[in-house]
Design a protein around this ligand. Structure first.
Ligand SMILES: [Zn+2]
Length: 269
């Protein structure tokens, strides 16, 4: 799957999940909390691909997400890719093939998803609003890069960085303080998980069962069989999948925000 589809599926899952929570569990979120969760989940749905580094020194290559904050995120991607490759070799069994990069390994596993969700929650609990702002800055950047890829490409990474900073600042000024923010950790974890599922429906598959060994392989790629798998970047993905995800996101967002807008309108009149 390509960046925009990943980010869109993160947003769609978070919005429909929030709508379901509101309907079935009476769990209501403020519009700001919803926007924050959606941005974090959309950004989180791109996070696993930060394991695709380019040539940092020449400022080339890498997944689109790795270019979000220019050379800085390319460097982070380089580190994540090398760490992933290290974990691959440290845990590989005799039938796992040799690799020369860590793409689609560690960051595409369930333990990583759980670790990211837990780590984010721990950060938010320890540092409160400050952690939220840092995470949000990072995630808004990824979400912008994913959701508005053409704009981000044209605007360049400096504008993307400034926009993320503005979004994070606005949230800092308006978010209630003195509390934990468990939904942010959840949004990160769900985002990463949605990414893995997205990769599974495209051809190459992901080592989702790691670290469970199967037939002397630890990193077995699991995905749809080639005959029914979507081609990454193919017409079906770009036209059908993205349209459906957009419609679902918009409908869920309307379902979430409309009641409170209507209520305000009727009490004003
Ligand atoms: Zn991926």
């Amino acid at each position: 799957m390509m960046g925009p589809s990943h980010a869109l599926s993160g947003a769609a899952v978070w919005l429909t999940g929030s709508l379901a929570l509101e309907h079935f569990a009476d769990y209501e979120q403020s519009t700001l909390a919803l926007a924050v969760g959606t941005a974090v989940c959309a950004g989180g749905a791109l996070f696993p691909d930060l394991d695709l580094s380019g040539k940092v020194t020449r400022n080339q290559g890498g997944a689109t997400v790795a270019r979000t904050f220019g050379v800085f995120s390319l460097f982070v991607a380089e580190v994540i890719e090398k760490v992933s490759l290290g974990v691959y070799y440290a845990t590989k069994l005799s039938r796992d093939p040799k690799r020369n990069n860590g793409h689609r390994t560690l960051t595409h596993t369930i333990p990583f998803t759980v670790l990211v969700g837990w780590g984010t929650t721990a950060l938010c609990t320890a540092y409160g609003k400050w952690a939220v702002v840092g995470i949000l800055f990072f995630m808004i950047g990824l979400a912008l890069r994913g959701l508005f890829d053409r704009w981000a490409e044209r605007a360049g990474w400096v504008i993307v960085t400034l926009t993320s900073a503005a979004g994070a600042w606005y949230t800092f000024a308006n978010l209630p303080g003195d509390r934990g923010y468990p939904m942010i950790g959840l949004a990160m974890g769900v985002g990463c998980f949605v990414h893995i599922i997205g990769d599974m429906v495209t051809k190459a598959g992901v080592p989702i069962l790691w670290p469970i060994p199967i037939k002397r392989r630890m990193w077995t790629p699991i995905g749809l069989p080639n005959s029914i798998a979507l081609r990454a970047g193919g017409k079906t993905e770009i036209v059908v999948v993205r349209s459906v995800l957009t419609v679902v996101s918009v409908l869920a967002a309307i379902g979430l925000v409309a009641p409170s807008v209507l209520e305000r309108f009727t009490t004003d009149v």
